[in-house]
Design a protein around this ligand. Sequence first.
Ligand code: NAD
Length: 381
Amino acid sequence: MAVSRKLRMGMVGGGPGAFIGPVHRIAAELDGKIEMVAGAFSQSAERSRAAGEAYRIDPARAYAGYGEMLKAEREREDSIDFVVIATPNHLHLQVALAAFDAGFAVVSDKPATATYAEVLRLEAALAKAQVPYALTHTYAGYALVREAREICLNVELGEIRKIAVEYLQGWLSEPIEATGQKQAAWRSDPALSGPGGCIGDIGTHAFHLVEYVTGLEVTELNAVLRAVVPGRKLDDDCTALLRMNNGAEGVLLTSQIAAGEGNGLRLRVYGEKGSLDWRQEDPNRLRLRRVDGLEEIRHAGGSYLGGDARAVTRLPGGHPEGYLEAFGVLYREFADALLGAEAGKKVELPVTLPGIRAGVRGMRFIDRAIESSKHEKWIKF
Ligand code: NAD
């Protein structure tokens, strides 16, 4: 493409009252390289129009459905360049396939699809379509997650022996889906969420963070999934043991009934020589400890940080960056790759940006964890 204009995006989902759609819009536009110009924001034409008005886009480009959006945009000279998928999980595959067919690149929210079988279809279709595809595992965009990753890949902790990851939330401690709470309602419905509840919604983030930061792969797991709140159809709590491809072992705790917790994602990695500890609710500090106990805190914005962290830092030290900025990093990497590609050449997305491989691994994780829990045993990944 190698163009100097902004990329144009069209969103599916993100209608009135939605959580992540508006976050995508802010994050995408943060660095001035992308502009949201179109959308099919809701399954209701009227609500899609209302959302378009609130987003201040051309009313003619707030479509009644994503099929209509793709068809109309294909015919415009100033058409969208890519589609953002911010709907409940059951629509991810069908929207992505339709976008590929129309020749558009895709930024999809996680999990990549609703089921493992679906992600294999997605992977095959993408291999044919050869369009750029990114998956918004938000936490991969934090500067200090990039620093932690560089530390692990440079073997600064020595051989990794133990991993503890936890992603604890408390907002589903009560059956709020029964009150019609929008986000809870689809997340606890297998037809809309897929077979995983908590394990798919936030367990996949924790799983991704482990493989992303350590560069290791889970080869076996033993998981216990429970639906703790009476009447809930999908798991709301999970405890899993992980075995990694270098022999390290890990524990993954994820729950949405951890009363009082907000967005408690935390990763600890222990190597022969030391360890690291990163917490999403305090994301601008990375704690490192050596085997002799010497402790070091690295701060976002520090001039001493590695190249990967500095590349995604926008502000000097002491000026906190957070969730929106981390999300924006993923969009900036996506935009830079598309805008910088030479005409006619395949767009190469950076390895730091999660894509289809992360999508397939994440769906496999859900599938394997459910299987392990059902049979109450260790299971190959
Ligand atoms: P939500 O219920 O708040 O919003 C979903 C939106 O999709 C709604 O506006 C709804 O009207 C719209 N929608 C439903 N069917 C549609 C259709 N056929 N066409 C167009 N729009 C339609 O849900 P949410 O919490 O924003 O989650 C959406 C997705 O984002 C999920 O897949 C979820 O897993 C993911 N998510 C990711 C993160 C992250 O950190 N990356 C955080 C939250 C949610």
